[in-house]
Design a protein around this ligand. Structure first.
Ligand code: AMP
Length: 558
């Protein structure tokens, strides 16, 4: 996979700055091919769909060509729906953020036409409109086409499906002869090929040629989520599957930073990796990931290329990749060296069709899943605790403790069940109750038709109820004077830093946020705790088991 950086594309500084703000790490494959051609002035047939970065693929060269000083209409993009028109206009506005004097206006049916007319008169250079409404303005002569040098047909096949063929042809026939015509379409039905023939000049076809790729044998699942719920879903999956090491992929550097902050804020050991980090910082993050101190690595595709860690148990596609090939590379980070791996993808809205294409292209199965409810997580945590309880019953002499409990039962009006349930509650931690709406099971990718509509209606999923299954430990930070403690267990015993942190916090009451760095080795671990808590921690950790293993803790020799 060759990558092209935006600063290699000879864009003007203002666009480059906006692209940087948007956090794009590199041009997506379709952008790498389409942008240089469109900048040369070529007519283009782009075969790409939503999620590939196609809007910026045509939007960047379009802006490059727009003259901010000329207040006349210079470019038109036609889109099938009002939602898409708004989205495209927003993306182009973001790209034009530093190009002062450039006005981008979405125009679509249902919006008051008088307002649109006033905005059009007010020096709009770019309109993004649905064909019907553009026709309307054309008839009213409220748009003038004489200075239009670029026209974009976005999702041309969708416009055809929606009955806009004639409108598209009428609009194209009214535009100046001397113009650039760029068409993006996921499929190439006959009528679209005819438009290309009649209205484009020697168009170049741009699509990402797919290589034959072997899909690793990894269990693949996907979840339909709303953007606002992504972090919560991520945490539930992390809590439920508790993967030792995970790699989470985001499409932008900005998203990486935001997710790192969100997960760290919730107490997870997460670090980010992307192109803005200096080499030394990257090395630090990678070392920390390799030795298990960082459990969750959040990265862009480009930054993740160098990762060669064998025991990654889960890959998360927090954003759906912009290219099918990326998907294969991403999930190949897990399931290595004969180990089992899992890949979880989040899809928002129409991205589900992108995933369906990935499934087809990769000849793989991506199974829809309902987001685990809080009850599911609770059930799993209860199972884990009870497993440890069985172990203790089988391996320890509990007669002394049984006497204590019998006494309690006699003194108070409790049953032994009441006591056991209350202790289970304590063992599960005291996270606040939360509930989240809007989680529903994902549809099967095979049930989607070719035009992006579900063949079957979907059922409603369960709403969350009950207790949240988050981890209780905080992130380690060095604060003040710390005492280094030695613990006689490490990675080889299947222990994670979070287990040690959780045990210390749970047993001693020292909050996780006060616990400093945890350096884990194969058979032992060092933990830093504040000087004035060290004795308390050592006392509390006597006779404690972590993941069913006996633990010895003592002050480390400095
Ligand atoms: P589109 O295919 O145009 O619908 O774009 C899908 C999403 O990808 C949008 O949120 C874009 O802002 C984003 N995007 C476009 N180009 C890039 C890029 N080179 N890197 C990361 N994200 C991008």
């Amino acid at each position: 996979m060759e990558t092209i950086r935006f600063d290699e594309l000879e864009l003007n500084d203002k666009i480059l700055k906006a692209v940087k703000d948007m956090g794009f790490e590199a041009a997506s494959p379709i952008q790498a091919k389409a942008i240089p051609l469109q900048m040369e002035g070529k007519d283009i047939i782009g075969q790409a769909q939503t999620g590939t970065g196609k809007t910026a693929a045509f939007g960047i060269p379009l802006l490059q060509k727009v003259d901010p000083k000329n207040k006349k209409l210079q470019a038109i993009a036609l889109c099938p729906t009002r939602e898409l028109a708004i989205q495209v206009a927003e993306e182009i506005r973001r790209l034009a953020k530093y190009m002062h004097g450039v006005k981008v206006l979405p125009i679509y049916g249902g919006q008051e036409i008088g307002k649109q007319i006033r905005s059009l008169k007010d020096g709009t250079q770019i309109i993004i409109g649905t064909p019907g409404r553009v026709m309307d303005h054309m008839r009213r002569k409220t748009v003038k086409f004489d200075q239009v040098h670029t026209v974009i047909l976005d999702e041309a096949d969708e416009m055809l499906n929606m009955g806009f063929l004639e409108d598209m042809e009428t609009i194209l026939s009214q535009l100046p002869e001397e113009r650039q015509t760029v068409m993006f379409s996921a499929t190439m039905p006959e009528a679209i090929a005819r438009i290309a023939k009649n209205f484009q000049k020697e168009p170049e076809t741009v699509r990402v040629v797919k290589k034959e790729l072997t899909v690793p044998k990894v269990a693949q699942y996907y979840y339909e989520v709303k953007p606002k719920n992504k972090v919560e879903v991520m945490c539930r999956l992390l809590d439920m599957y508790a993967p030792k090491l995970s790699v989470v992929f985001c499409n932008t550097k900005r998203q990486v930073d935001e997710l790192v902050e969100a997960l760290q804020g919730r107490g997870y050991f997460a670090e980010g990796l992307h192109g803005d980090l200096k080499q030394a910082q990257r090395d630090k993050v990678m070392n920390s990931f390799r030795n298990g101190r960082t459990e969750i690595l959040i990265a862009t595709d480009v930054a993740a290329r160098g990762i060669d860690v064998d025991d990654v148990e889960a890959v998360f596609n927090y954003d759906i990749p912009q290219d099918d090939e990326y998907y294969v590379h991403r999930i190949g980070r897990t399931g290595r060296a004969g180990r089992e791996g899992k890949a979880f993808s989040f899809v928002v809205g129409k991205e589900v069709y992108k995933l369906r294409d990935i499934q087809r292209y990769c000849k793989t199965k991506i199974v829809p899943q309902a987001v685990p409810s809080l009850d599911d997580i609770t059930a799993i945590r209860v199972d884990k605790i009870l497993e440890e309880v069985s172990h203790i019953i089988n391996t320890s002499d509990l007669s002394g403790l049984i006497n204590v409990l019998e006494k309690k039962i006699l003194e108070e009006d409790f049953t032994s069940m009441d006591l056991a349930a209350a202790m289970l509650k304590m063992a599960m931690g005291e996270d606040a109750e939360e509930s989240i709406e809007d989680f529903r099971p994902a549809r099967s990718l095979d049930d989607l038709d070719d035009y992006g509509r579900g063949k079957n209606s979907r059922g409603r999923g369960q709403n969350g109820g009950g207790r949240r299954g988050g981890r209780e430990y905080g992130r380690g930070r060095d604060r003040g004077n710390m005492t280094r403690l030695f613990v006689n267990i490490g990675k080889s015993q299947n222990i994670r830093p979070g287990d040690i942190m959780g045990a210390i916090a749970g047993e001693s009451g020292v909050p996780g946020s006060l616990i400093g760095s945890i350096d884990m080795f194969d058979n032992y671990t060092f933990v830093d705790v504040p000087d004035d808590c060290a004795d308390e921690v050592l006392k509390a950790m006597k006779n404690v088991r972590i993941r069913g293993k006996n633990v010895r803790m003592e002050k480390a020799n400095r």
